[in-house]
Design a protein around this ligand. Structure first.
Ligand SMILES: Nc1ncnc2c1ncn2[C@@H]1O[C@H](COP(=O)(O)OP(=O)(O)OP(=O)(O)O)[C@@H](O)[C@H]1O
Ligand SMILES: [Mg+2]
Length: 277
């Protein structure tokens, strides 16, 4: 052991489990983070993040609470901008887009926010129809066909007239999922689709995500704390901690990783590098 002092020693220690290894996926990345730094005031959240999200797969971003997972999602759709570095979606730099380009890009994203984020004053049907009315010039007949199909797919065929406050948490999430799909997005982002659901509902939602992905294709990015969900649906996993990737790659490889942090996190073990900080 060498005796080093000063900030380098601290940094070396802090990132000693971060190999940053990105095991090859065999496909192109739909989304890339290139050396992204992002701070809020003095609070440094992303600290040189390099991350690739492979095209056409279900990817999961896993990491402890407060590591910046939601902040990552916001960078993908241009709701936040990096202080340094670049975020690239289908080869285009998001921070360098003009407003109209950003607007066009966002139409190709479906986003499922944590609580479904339904409009409280609109019934379920109008909530799901909203992006179609907002972003397309489709007539009401065509809209009805799409909305009813999506609601059927998520198991809410008979709930058209329900108001969001009449729905259970699980139903709200499924409704949010239906709404995220109506514009046939290339990329779907899910911020903790499983939070607040019981284990059975979580398993059902995971199945639904898989089924719909199988049917429609596209790049899915799922943020979760839930290791069971990751085991069930992840094809690709990125483990994020302290603003950088610890390791990423095909799910089966991450579950076999010998990295102590990855092992601890993916097994939910209390013993390991991640303490109560
Ligand atoms: N707009 C903002 N202004 C100031 N600080 C922010 C902002 N957004 C996020 N943060 C801070 O960035 C950090 C990371 O937040 P983020 O929501 O990305 O965490 P997370 O990994 O999604 O956590 P969780 O798993 O609990 O959802 C937190 O410390 C949060 O307080
Ligand atoms: Mg979050």
């Amino acid at each position: 052991m060498s005796i080093v002092s000063g900030p380098e020693a601290h940094e070396e220690d802090e990132f000693r489990f971060h190999t940053g290894r990105q095991a090859p996926t065999g496909v192109q990345d739909a989304i890339e983070f290139v050396d992204v730094h992002k701070a809020f005031g003095r609070n440094k959240i992303l600290r040189g993040l390099n991350m690739g999200i492979p095209e056409g797969r279900i990817s999961m971003i896993l990491g402890p609470s407060g590591t910046g997972k939601s902040v990552c999602i916001k960078h993908m759709v241009g709701l936040l901008y990096p202080d340094q570095g670049d975020v690239i979606v289908h080869g285009q730099s998001v921070p360098n887009m003009h407003d109209d380009e950003l607007f066009e890009m966002r139409k190709r994203f479906g986003v499922l926010f944590q609580d479904g984020a339904l409009f409280g004053s609109m019934n379920l049907y109008d909530n799901v129809a909203f992006p179609l009315r907002q972003h397309t010039d489709k007539g009401e007949d065509e809209i009805a066909e799409i909305v009813n199909r999506r609601l059927r797919e998520v198991g809410l065929a008979n709930a058209n007239d329900k108001m969001p406050n009449e729905l259970s948490g699980g139903m709200r999430k499924r409704a949010g999922f239906a709404r995220a799909l109506v514009l046939d997005p290339d990329i779907v982002l899910f911020d903790e689709p499983d939070s607040g659901l019981d284990p059975v509902r979580t398993a059902l939602l995971c199945e639904l995500i898989q089924e719909i992905h199988e049917e429609n294709g596209g790049t899915y990015v799922v943020i979760t704390h839930d290791i069971m969900s990751a085991r069930r649906v992840a094809e690709h996993i990125s483990v994020l901690w302290r603003g950088r990737i610890v390791e990423s790659g095909p799910a089966e490889q991450l579950f076999e990783s010998d990295n102590p942090f990855v092992r601890q996190f993916l097994s939910g073990d209390s013993q390991g590098p991640l303490g109560m900080e």
